[in-house]
Write a protein that binds this ligand. Structure first.
Ligand code: SF4
Length: 522
């Protein structure tokens, strides 16, 4: 049972259209920026239409005032805070500790997100953490709520605290321009929903066909979760910055930048607000449960104008969609053209696995060595690994052999809990800077990695090696991988697999075998 507050009551009531607004704290503990945020909160409280103020958590990978600080002041004003909960800077102990703190201080609304890779700061770049991903964190939150939380899977010791309940939000980008990125976004969204998300907020974007597509995808996959569409109101400077790729994962349409440049020449400061009002109408018309507003250079008077205008124009929404539709120049879409033909261009056909054959030899080797319920060679290899595990020298020698072989083949870092078979024999520890196990982050753009733009995103490479029938629903239904057990780092994953210490938790003594052939180490 999720916690009840003004925001959740509105969000979970299908008759309500819920409005949130994003506050972005800066560096330092106070100052004018801080005062402006609180002034906004006071005005929003008096107006009553905004149901929650979301507060970012080190936005853009830059350190900033922790969201709980502004959150407490927003709470004191009488508005519900929606705290962003970013995983780039917290390991799992810190995640749990923050959850206890937030619950203690009556913050009940969280937006769970991986977060942008840290940017250079004090003495260079901070160490990126990404210990848990968003799917694993949503799962943890649900286990803390329903009482199935275990302090340690090894001991099976349950929670020593009363259940914690949060309203859990997640994010998705429907604005990816290529098939692989978009399919993964939808697949990961399904995993987040299964893991316990209660609502969804979209990435910012201006392609109405993509916004429509997300709603259709959710309906067709049976999801009834409320979705808030992102209505971001940028200044021209911010739009141009985003257009140059300044913000990870955002594809800002050049067409809209040109429109804003023309407006700037005319000194027209109202059009961006009118566009936001129209976008609210269109999102409501498309079936969104609400909007998540944000932008820069905005005070509450401007937002009030946007909301008043949207209320006055709502009935005209079908005629407004073309006014706010700014697609990227080349984009891939999941569905064929709709009956009205409005979104009829560049429709894609699912075609994963263009390079599926690249993993054949690995699959075969795998079958021979790591499928004890299927092959005699595998059972013998398992016996050999357990024999090596009985003695330090043999363990070390087998570890060396594994390291040499897998470093050469997979750039292995010997994390001790191999997930090669779950990602088409590509290693996420070596290939993904955020080391994500359950699908990509939202930071890629046109298939390039957020962190190293000269490299293809790891998950795009995986997509190219998947089975040809892998759509978002099949990928989204795959059971998520649990968090890594770092006590296994620099040990032999072969031994860990056959002795039941890795994520498969095989129990050789009880004759247990992997439940899914192929889900074994490489
Ligand atoms: S490889 Fe892909 S998922 Fe990993 S950090 Fe780069 S963009 Fe994100």
């Amino acid at each position: 049972m999720t916690t009840q507050n003004k925001f959740s009551r509105s969000l979970l009531d299908p008759g309500q259209f819920t409005i949130t607004y994003e506050l972005v704290p800066g560096q330092g503990s106070g100052g004018r920026r801080h005062e402006r945020l609180l002034e906004f909160a006071r005005r929003a409280y008096e107006d009553r239409r905004i149901k929650a103020l979301s507060i970012t958590d080190n936005a853009g990978g830059h350190p900033a005032l922790a969201p709980i600080a502004i959150g407490s002041e927003v709470q004191a004003i009488g508005l519900e805070p929606l705290l962003h909960f970013s995983l780039k800077d917290k390991n799992r102990s810190q995640v749990e500790s923050h959850l206890f703190l937030y619950h203690r201080q009556r913050f009940h609304n969280l937006l769970i997100l991986g977060g942008d890779f840290p940017r250079p700061n004090y003495y260079g770049q901070a160490k990126p953490v990404f210990d848990l991903d968003s799917v694993q964190t949503l799962h943890l939150l649900r286990e803390m709520e329903d009482g199935s939380y275990q302090h340690s899977s090894a001991t099976g010791q349950g929670a020593t605290f009363a259940p914690l309940s949060f309203l859990r939000g997640c994010v998705v980008s429907p604005f990816k321009t290529t098939e692989a990125e978009q399919v993964w976004q939808y697949a990961k969204l399904l995993k987040k929903i299964t893991a316990g998300a209660n609502f969804i907020i979209t990435q910012l974007g201006y392609d109405v066909c993509k916004l429509e597509e997300l709603i259709r995808f959710l309906r067709e996959t049976g999801s009834t979760l409320p979705v808030l569409g992102n209505v971001f109101i940028p200044s021209l400077g911010v739009a141009e910055y985003m257009g140059r790729g300044g913000v990870p994962g955002i594809v800002f349409p050049q067409q809209l930048i040109r429109r804003m440049q023309e407006e700037a020449v005319r000194q027209d400061t109202e059009s961006r607000l009118l566009r936001a009002a129209k976008m609210i109408c269109v999102l409501r018309g498309l079936g969104y449960s609400g909007v998540h507003l944000g932008g820069n250079g905005l005070n509450f008077d401007k937002i009030r104008l946007v909301l008043d205008t949207a209320e006055a124009m709502q009935d005209q929404w079908p005629d407004l969609r073309q006014d706010v539709h700014f697609p990227a120049e080349h984009s891939w879409y999941l569905y064929p053209p709709s009956a009205n033909g409005v979104c009829g261009k560049n429709r894609g056909v699912l075609a994963p696995g263009r390079r599926q054959k690249a993993q054949r030899l690995h699959q075969l080797t795998h079958q021979l060595l790591f499928a004890p319920d299927q092959s005699l060679t595998s059972r013998l290899f398992g016996r050999f690994c357990r024999y090596c595990a009985e003695n330090k020298v043999r363990t070390a020698l087998l570890g060396k052999l594994e390291k040499v072989t897998k470093t050469f083949l997979f750039s292995c870092s010997m994390c001790g809990d191999c997930t090669l078979a779950e990602s088409t024999y590509l290693c996420p520890q070596a290939g993904c800077p955020k080391k994500l196990l359950n699908g990509p982050c939202g930071g890629s753009r046109n298939m390039a990695c957020e962190v190293y733009p000269d490299r293809t995103c790891f998950w795009v490479k995986v997509y190219d090696r998947l089975a040809p029938d892998s759509g978002p629903e099949q990928l989204g239904a795959e059971p998520p991988l649990p968090p890594k057990d770092w006590s296994l780092d620099q040990t032999s994953s072969w031994i860990n697999f056959f002795t039941g210490r890795d994520h498969k938790k095989l129990n050789p003594a009880a004759g247990e075998r992997p439940s899914q052939p192929g889900n074994e180490p490489g």
